[in-house]
Design a protein around this ligand. Structure first.
Ligand code: NAD
Length: 341
């Protein structure tokens, strides 16, 4: 029997969930919820068999629905997810899990006590380029990770409900945490409000991870170029992921620096630069959102823990909250309670 799924919030992104879920054999989209009747009409026109309602309460009362995907605006995630968990549903919530870390913690506790699955839509964890980067790190190909640098820029789309860090840096921080197996221990960030009042459109974020790894993220809605790129610099090799390159998203650079000490010349240091081949591994790309939603459905069916759990969502929100605090304090460093994954 397929898992009966509902989607709450059928706007720009929620419509993609409805599409991919309806392509997954192990799932059936039973119900769509949206406060906007026009969004529901668009769902009914495309998927005539799907029931619709404007009220989350109707979904909570519906015993046939086992699992819910929440794709409402970020500020509403806490209330909507809480209602669904209290009604006994398993939940996949879009990123960011909530706006505050206290809200995320409450949802994680609630899900654990109720024995419900809480997953967060950190969709890049399901991106095959990112999975390749993780493999390159975990198998030691890149060596010790010195630093990561991410750029995620474009001209728009501009949000007014959350700042650019909550909207875009969520992706990069979830990727960094996934690659390094831990959350950041300290952040500092500069951001600026150029367009909407009180919402930063541009941010430059520094993160320190347990050990020596550093990370940096540049996110912007005010940039001439659409860039989705991460550089990983290791002590053995370096790699670049370019999500805009649909055919060859990963390049591995056999580049590095070897430090040699010459004792016969009073312990002088010499730096030998290694500048070798650039390898482009073959990567069979699939739609990350479909992989993410398939994973959620299989976790619901098997009662297994998801890869991007509520705790992972909470860890990212802790960093986002600290980034916001740092931006409002002119870039002050903010320590995070726990760096461990
Ligand atoms: N993973 C990604 O790459 C990605 C991309 C885009 C958006 N998102 C996330 O998806 C979420 C939605 O973003 P969007 O761009 O689709 O927004 P949107 O404004 O286009 O859609 C949100 C929809 O939710 C409905 N809604 C709002 N409150 C509701 C409520 N309480 N009950 C029922 N319906 C309600 C609105 O009517 C609207 O149709 C956000 O959290 C965003 O961060 C994720």
């Amino acid at each position: 029997m397929p898992v009966e799924v509902a989607v709450i919030g059928c706007g720009q992104w929620g419509a993609n969930h409805v599409r991919v879920l309806s392509e997954i054999r192990e799932a059936r989209v039973a119900l769509c919820v949206d406060a906007d009747a026009k969004r529901l009409a668009a769902v009914t026109q495309r998927y005539p068999g799907v029931r619709t309602t404007a009220k989350v309460d109707d979904l909570c009362a519906d015993k046939t629905v086992q699992a819910v995907v929440v794709a409402t605006p970020s500020a509403s995630h806490h209330a909507v997810v809480k209602a669904c968990l209290e009604a006994g549903k398993d939940v996949l919530c879009e990123k960011p899990l909530t706006v505050t870390a206290a809200q995320s913690r409450e949802l994680v506790d609630l899900a654990e006590k109720a024995g419900r699955i809480l997953m967060v839509g950190h969709v890049f964890v399901f991106n095959q380029g990112i999975q390749k980067l993780r493999e390159l790190i975990s198998t030691g190909v890149l060596g010790e990770v010195y630093y990561l640098h991410a750029a995620r820029t474009n001209l728009g789309p501009i949000r007014t409900d959350v700042n650019v860090a909550y909207d875009l840096a969520t992706h990069d921080i979830s990727i960094f945490n996934h690659l390094l197996g831990a959350g950041p221990s300290e952040v500092s960030a500069r951001g600026q409000v150029y367009l909407s009042p009180a919402v930063e459109d541009v941010a430059f974020i520094s993160l320190a991870y347990p050990g020596r790894a550093l990370a940096h993220v540049h996110v912007s809605w005010l940039d001439p170029r659409k860039v989705r790129e991460i550089t990983v610099v290791g002590d053995r090799k370096m790699a670049v992921w370019n999500d805009m390159d649909a055919i060859e998203p990963i390049r591995i650079y056999d580049k590095g620096v070897v430090t040699k000490t010459y004792y016969e010349t009073y312990g002088e240091f010499h730096y030998a630069l290694r500048d070798g081949d650039i390898v482009i591994p073959k990567i069979a790309l699939h739609e990350p959102l479909k992989a993410q939603d398939s994973h959620f459905v299989s976790c619901v069916a098997a009662r297994s823990a998801p890869i991007s759990s509520g705790r992972d969502g909470w860890r990212v929100v802790q960093a986002l909250e600290a980034i916001q605090q740092s931006m409002r304090q002119g870039g002050a460093p903010i320590k995070l309670p726990s760096g461990q994954g």
